[in-house]
Design a protein around this ligand. Structure first.
Ligand SMILES: NC(=O)c1ccc[n+]([C@@H]2O[C@H](COP(=O)([O-])OP(=O)(O)OC[C@H]3O[C@@H](n4cnc5c(N)ncnc54)[C@H](OP(=O)(O)O)[C@@H]3O)[C@@H](O)[C@H]2O)c1
Length: 252
């Protein structure tokens, strides 16, 4: 049991990587607090993976709202007695257009959902981890905006995910003394609604960008998040962990 008795908030749990993380973390002994906007999807997942809802709590809401960031933490503490970590994973791609054609509204929305939400999550979660005497935060960044991840039409997404790395580095250095570890997870292309969205041509293109010539399964990304949330990663903080099928080291 890699996460035995740890209470973990997971955002973006209604789909893709977050839903895979919910299944995996629960299997590995965690109490999981599931966040996303879709109450129906969260409830269906919770009832499937934990029918008695003994170690699963559904807290629907929008990660761009500070009240929701706080609610995820307070509900976790009320129900399970404290918070040990969070997988801050909710995100959107936004409009895929060149910068010269991108609306200010799209830029703002993507930055708010992907990056400002991470700031709000950290502000809510760090005090709870301090009350617990330490813990671990993982933020889902991306290969896009990182080494070899220059992708046309994805400037807002790339900027939000690259900005997250700066946030993670600062948080890691600010709270290492509090026994709080903070790391970023950089998935490669992953088979989810956001990762090609079931479009066969798009998914073949994305797969071909990776030296391994395939996309990841969501659970392969969730495994890496679990490692960083577990005590096995006890000396790891401030890291951008690449789980990208070699994307960042490809030569062409
Ligand atoms: N798939 C890839 O190829 C890939 C690669 C690199 C990084 N990533 C990153 O991995 C993370 C998970 O993506 P995924 O591929 O699993 O995508 P996904 O299947 O589309 O899931 C995205 C999740 O984010 C939630 N979400 C979106 N906006 C939200 C909001 N305003 N408030 C609360 N929840 C919100 C969605 O739930 P609701 O719609 O119910 O709110 C959903 O659960 C994202 O941060 C993404 O950028 C994905």
């Amino acid at each position: 049991m890699e996460l035995d008795n740890k209470t973990i908030v997971i955002t973006g749990a209604s789909s893709g990587i977050g839903a895979a993380a919910a299944r995996l973390f629960l299997q590995e002994g965690a109490n999981v607090v599931l966040g996303a906007r879709s109450k129906d999807k969260l409830t269906a997942l919770a009832e499937e993976i934990d029918p008695a809802l003994q170690r699963t709590l559904v807290v629907p809401g929008d990660v761009t709202h500070i009240a929701y960031a706080n609610e995820l933490v307070t509900r976790a503490e009320e129900r399970f007695g404290g918070l040990d970590g969070a997988f801050n994973n909710a995100g959107i791609v936004g409009d895929m257009v060149p910068v010269t054609e991108m609306t200010h509204a799209n830029w703002s929305t993507v930055m708010t959902v992907n990056l400002t939400s991470a700031f709000l999550a950290a502000q809510a979660q760090i005090p709870a981890l301090m009350r617990r005497g330490g813990g671990s935060l993982v933020f889902t960044s991306s290969f896009v905006g990182f080494s070899n991840g220059g992708m046309p039409g994805m400037a807002a997404y790339a900027a939000s995910k690259a900005g997250m790395l700066g946030l993670v580095q600062s948080l890691a250095s600010e709270h290492a003394i509090d026994a709080i570890r903070v790391n970023a997870l950089l998935p490669g292309g992953t088979v989810t609604p956001a990762g090609g969205g079931g479009n066969v041509d798009a998914m073949a293109f994305i797969a071909g960008l990776h030296p391994v010539k395939r996309m990841a399964r969501p659970t392969e990304i969730a495994q890496a998040a679990m490692f960083m949330l577990s005590d096995r990663a006890s000396f790891m903080t401030g890291s951008p962990m690449q789980v990208d099928g070699g994307m960042s080291v490809r030569l062409i």
